[in-house]
Design a protein around this ligand. Sequence first.
Ligand code: SF4
Ligand code: SF4
Length: 426
Amino acid sequence: MPAPCRVVVPLRQHLGAPAKAIVAVGDRVAEGQPIAEPGGFVSAPVHAPIAGEVTFVGPRAHPGGFPCESVVIEARDGVGPAATDGAPPPWRLPGASADWERMTRAELTALIREAGIVGLGGAAFPTHVKLSPPAGKPIDLLVINGAECEPFLTCDHRVMLEETAAVVTGVRILKRALGVPRAIIGVEGNKPDAIARLGEACALDDGIEVVACRVKYPQGAEKQLINALTGREVPPPPGLPLDVGVVVQNVGTAAAVARAVTAGLPLYERVVTVSGSAIARPSNVRVRIGTPLRDIIDFCGGLASPPAKVVMGGPMMGASLTDLDVPVVKATSGLLFFTRHECPDSTPHACIRCGRCGEACPLCLQPSEIALRVEIGDLDAAQALHIQECMECGTCAYICPSNRWLVQQVRLGKAKLHDRKQQRSA
Ligand code: SF4
Ligand code: SF4
């Protein structure tokens, strides 16, 4: 998609501390130039998606539903996407090189950090943090997540097909940055073309294996994918993949790493799936971060009918939006425009104690019990039922014949527990 003339760039686009603005209203910025620095170790810098003038720094609506410190950049006076001359040259990461094999692990990790790369599978965890495991946690395997198990989403599939060389180069760079001898790229078996193409690209590299996984939701969840590919079981929270010697990265993240390290391109654009029956021309589009949703709707032919629901992310784990002026962020894997026909009635009814939610939960939790405890305000009991282990996959809510808002209650319960912890430590 062509670059827009105006972007709204939130400074909270990753897990961890939000970034801090380093530009002010009136500043001229080049495409790719850093506009915000990391707010801590678990954080990431943010870069200008277009060249132009900073016209606002302050709170703007975030797709997550809260006001968020943001930087607005507008193309001005021959500077910006429509400019034919006068635009400053794009900013590129100093030190990037196609000769990355000569770089040290620390140099590679620093470049990835400066590029603002975060997990593009949806979690947006800063990539450099995963590449810096603590002492005493030896890593022997890199897992690359190409499962893309949520319905509707196909952006990773297109990246694997159309940017195969970048994905494989990114995997090699990540392997070197981690110092591991082996990587496995896990792809669901319903993408045979991607499996074949990646297999060909890795044929001469005996340190990278492409494995077809069973088509099963939520195969792309980190713990599930590690177990499917290696048989290793990640312990319950606070257990992490690094406790079983594994680091997981998404295929889109690998391609972004290759672009950053070899060509110096910071992360200021990504591929987004635009789908659902209410959009005129469903597509996968490469868009600049900060592009307002309305611009993407226009680019995809407009709305074919008024949407009953707009979801950012996938239909299982994504979040509904109420505002079409919010921007795309680094974590935006999909934009789904659903008609009423695609949104069945979700009025909740009484629990009939059928037990289906518990049977379906991939983590063997008791979703109905957890949701009930949150509903009546018994957060201690919800905690005792391991609410924090829930990965919010949405399977329980999907399967429930009574339309109980199970995952919604889990999210609410986690937020209340977080607030309670903050109040107690204040
Ligand atoms: S969302 Fe439901 S099914 Fe998924 S892990 Fe949480 S409780 Fe289990
Ligand atoms: S699936 Fe729904 S109705 Fe059945 S036990 Fe769970 S919450 Fe109750």
